[in-house]
Design a protein around this ligand. Structure first.
Ligand code: CA
Length: 230
């Protein structure tokens, strides 16, 4: 599993029918997402809390805890991970929409895999914000996502694709602290079990290239944030 293959983020797929779960996993993987699967509601809830996925594809009809209840508990916890519901029946759609549980979108079975991937991408685009492509500046560093250019103290800096994605992710939310697990999930599309040292290595490389202009602050015992630290 390379960072390039999963650069669009980790998606947790919660589906108790193995054949459908396989189709969803295959298509999301082809589209560049990292994918983890769970087959029941309680395990899904635990996985969302542990893995911090970028988005969740959530079947409504699940053993244990159904999809609507999983989403309701997440939102009650102030967890706003984007959720795309997969429903089998029209009355489930009414339930999802009627309860105002913060569903980001839904597809009804049978769905085309291409449609589902498009919906996941759409949900992520909306929740990550339309301004994601706007150039932004933190301290002495300006990052232009559309052109994939980084300028530090007036000098353009060459970054690898992963270094760029990590810096862009942090700079999009200046001041906000992210754990290594969150960064692995969001930037690499990895489950945290892969190991969080990867994040430290890339932060060290970024600091090496950006020098004194680096806006990345280490928050001890937590993770990293992008800030104007001068
Ligand atoms: Ca089901």
């Amino acid at each position: 599993m390379s960072a390039e293959q999963n650069a669009r983020g980790l998606v947790l797929v919660v589906e108790d029918e193995p054949a459908i779960a396989d189709v969803i996993r295959l298509n999301l993987t082809k589209a560049g997402y990292g994918v983890q699967t769970e087959a029941d509601g309680l395990r899904a809830l635990a996985a969302i809390r542990n893995l911090r996925p970028a988005a969740v594809v959530l079947d409504v009809g699940l053993p244990g805890l159904d999809g609507v209840e999983v989403c309701r508990r997440l939102r009650a916890d102030e967890d706003w991970t984007p959720v795309l519901f997969v429903t089998a029946r029209d009355d489930e759609v009414d339930r999802i929409l009627g309860l105002e549980i913060g569903a980001d979108d839904y597809v009804t079975k049978p769905f085309s895999p291409r449609e589902l991937v498009a919906r996941v991408t759409g949900v992520l685009r909306r929740t990550r914000g339309p301004a994601a492509e706007e150039p932004r500046t933190v301290g002495a560093v300006t990052l232009d996502a559309a052109r994939r250019r980084v300028v530090a103290e007036g000098i353009e800096v060459e970054l690898t694709a992963t270094e760029f994605d990590l810096l862009a992710y942090l700079m999009r939310r200046p001041g906000r602290v992210f754990t290594r697990e969150q960064l692995l999930s969001e930037v690499w599309g990895y489950a945290a079990v892969v190991g969080t040292r990867t994040v430290d290595v890339h932060v060290a490389q970024l600091r090496g290239k950006l020098g004194a202009a680096s806006p990345i602050r280490t928050v001890r015992g937590v993770g990293y944030a992008a800030e104007d630290v001068r």
